[in-house]
Design a protein around this ligand. Structure first.
Ligand code: M6R
Length: 599
């Protein structure tokens, strides 16, 4: 959700570097974009007008030559996902202050911006946009009348309420200042002397460097005179930060020969499961002990990660005979009466930056609870807030619809359930076997079989998915996958719930996907499918065996307790195929963002 990137260094193609970096952040979701830069031919130490260029729509549509911008060694960029004010060129970032001295990009929400807007209007500031961001630029300029640039930014960040990441430049010198609270900012340390990148996510600058510094909440970075300094806004002290070398390579963050990231990431599940279960046994046993000793464990996640937590609730009950609570991140604060210093919160997240889940962590932290996170993005905010981190190790996931991170999260939680039962090795063996089955399953013939179904149902308006036990949350997840990228109305239900209401929605030809594992739910879910068929429903069975009730059979291997992992994969493929047939962009579905950093 919104992307920031900036370059300062010896290269004279800063604009190109920043626009290309914005393209690599496209997966975050956005509706407009813009850059600000200082032309290199000007005397950098004299006040100068900063050039600004903005567009509505996709950066991929920007076909002009970079020559129009001339040479520059200093540029910032932003991709905007509209919150305050419509999707217009004017509302796109960067925003500029009254006297054009301050230019700024911003992710997040300046919650108390209206108070400051009124205050600044009284001081003769005029606003050209409806955005909260423009107010920050004016606010900094107001301080700049009596303070240094750095102090002006420091004063402003004290005044901003809400979660944000800002990046500010001025017209007098080549200082860049970035500050964060609740929205990610990472500094890339380039290979040349004095070369720095600032971005919301690592892939933005991955072609140039894998040396990074993670900015924490209430921290600020100042890039000036070819050096960087860090400052803690809560203690008002200068701080030292560690440079970390990450092991992502650019290929893992690119599409390669695939048409879309979503398909690439679905196919990567041939390997990702094995990678994710390759965990330090000491950490796994430590987490199992923490679950044993906790007076109440909450699994917390949002969207797909939330559905994974719901599956885990069933797995812990069945495998470890252990009751674990579940809450969506956004609902967790309403449970806080039950949280204390003996509670354990396990956060599940691909990005580690989801605002609602982060809020749950903050609530739990305040109550003294122990926090464990299962996250994909190394060094993310959640990881850094946690007592123990289990890395998902799925590699960068760029398509908005989560696929490989989902199955890896499920694998880790399955392994944890076995660890709680004292059988971590048994769980691992089962998952290794499952990984092998996924490898066999993901072949072109399988894709074709699902594409055939996608062609058959591509024009339908609604579809339903049913499951029982651990496959009930997977039915909910299947619905999310189909909604997100195909835009078909899809809903998941517990098989037994249909007759309590939703069965009224079934008419002749309504497609219903039944998740039919070979376990204690088989007989009942088949009988639910039969009830639907009797009302005209078209039954698509995801199962290791063909049942007479199925109108279309999608075969999956029988992997026992890992059926939620196996069963979701064909639905991911179906959702992808439907998106393509319906001419939707599966990587960047409308209205959605990869990382939901606003509440
Ligand atoms: O990064 P997270 O796993 O915390 O994200 C949580 C949800 O926003 C995410 O799973 C969302 O539901 C996906 N787009 C689903 O495919």
């Amino acid at each position: 959700m919104c992307g920031i990137c900036a370059y300062q260094g010896p290269e004279t193609k800063a604009v190109e570097i920043v626009i290309e970096a914005l393209k690599r952040l496209e997966y975050r979701g956005y509706d407009s974009w813009g850059i600000a830069y200082k032309p290199a031919h000007l005397d950098q130490n004299k006040p100068q007008e900063i050039e600004i260029y903005k567009e509505v729509g996709k950066i991929g549509d920007f076909k002009s030559s970079y020559d129009q911008f001339g040479k520059s060694s200093f540029a910032i960029g932003h991709s905007r996902w509209a919150t305050h004010g419509g999707v217009t060129k004017r509302n796109a970032h960067p925003h500029i202050s009254e006297n054009k001295e301050i230019v700024l990009v911003h992710n997040g929400i300046f919650e108390n911006y209206l108070n400051f807007k009124k205050y600044l209007e009284k001081k003769a500031h005029t606003f050209k946009t409806e955005t909260d961001t423009e107010v920050i630029a004016h606010l900094i300029e107001e301080h700049y009348k009596t303070h240094s640039f750095e102090d002006s930014v420091k004063l402003a960040v004290k005044e901003i309420e809400g979660r944000y990441a800002i990046l500010v430049i001025n017209n007098k010198d080549n200082t860049m200042i970035a500050a964060r609270k609740g929205s990610p900012l990472i500094i890339g340390v380039g290979k040349s002397k004095g070369e720095y990148f600032i971005a919301s996510d690592i892939p933005a600058f991955l072609p140039y460097t894998n040396k990074v510094v993670y900015l924490d909440d209430n921290q600020m970075v100042i890039v000036e005179n070819q050096k960087i300094r860090f400052f803690d806004n809560s203690t008002q002290q200068a701080i030292e930060k560690r440079i970390i070398e990450i092991d992502w390579d650019i290929e893992s963050a690119e599409k390669g020969d695939f048409d879309h990231f979503m398909l690439k990431e679905i196919m990567e599940q041939k390997d990702t499961l094995s990678r994710s279960i390759n965990q330090d046994p000491i950490t796994i046993n430590k987490v199992a002990r923490a679950i044993e000793n906790a007076h109440g464990t909450y699994l917390v996640g949002c969207g797909t990660a939330g559905k994974v937590c719901m599956v885990a609730e069933y797995l812990f009950a069945k495998i470890a005979h252990k009751h674990i609570n579940f809450s969506f991140g956004s609902e967790f604060p309403y449970h806080q009466q039950f949280i204390n210093n003996k509670t354990l919160l396990i956060a599940v997240s691909q990005s580690g930056e989801t605002a609602d889940t982060l809020e749950a962590l903050e609530v739990a932290q305040k109550k003294g609870a122990k926090i464990i996170s299962i996250v994909n993005v190394e060094g993310s905010t959640m990881a850094r807030m946690s007592d123990i981190v289990i890395p998902i190790k799925a590699g960068p996931e760029k398509a908005v619809a989560s696929t490989k991170a989902t199955t890896s999260q499920l694998a880790i939680l399955t392994m944890l359930a076995y660890a709680c039962d004292g059988g971590v090795e048994k769980g691992k063996q089962l998952l290794i076997a499952t990984a092998g089955q996924i490898n066999d399953m993901l072949n072109p013939r399988y894709e074709n079989h699902i594409r055939k179904l996608a062609r058959k149902i591509r024009k339908i308006e609604s579809m339903y998915i049913i499951g029982r036990g651990a496959n009930f949350p997977m039915a909910l997840e299947a619905a999310i996958k189909l909604q997100e990228v195909s835009y078909i109305h899809a809903e998941g239900f517990a098989g037994g719930e249909l007759k309590h209401g939703p069965i009224a929605l079934i008419s002749e030809g309504t497609p219903v996907i039944a998740l039919v594992p070979n376990d204690e739910t088989t007989k009942e879910i088949i009988s639910n499918a039969t009830e639907i068929k009797a009302r005209g429903g078209y039954i698509i069975g995801v199962s290791s065996e063909n049942h007479p009730v199925f109108d279309y059979w999608i075969r999956v291997p029988d992997t026992g307790a890992t059926s939620p992992i196996i069963n979701i994969i064909p639905i991911q493929i179906l959702a992808y195929q439907l998106a393509v047939l319906r001419k939707n962009n599966p990587d960047m579905p409308r209205n959605l963002a990869k990382s939901v950093t606003v509440k």
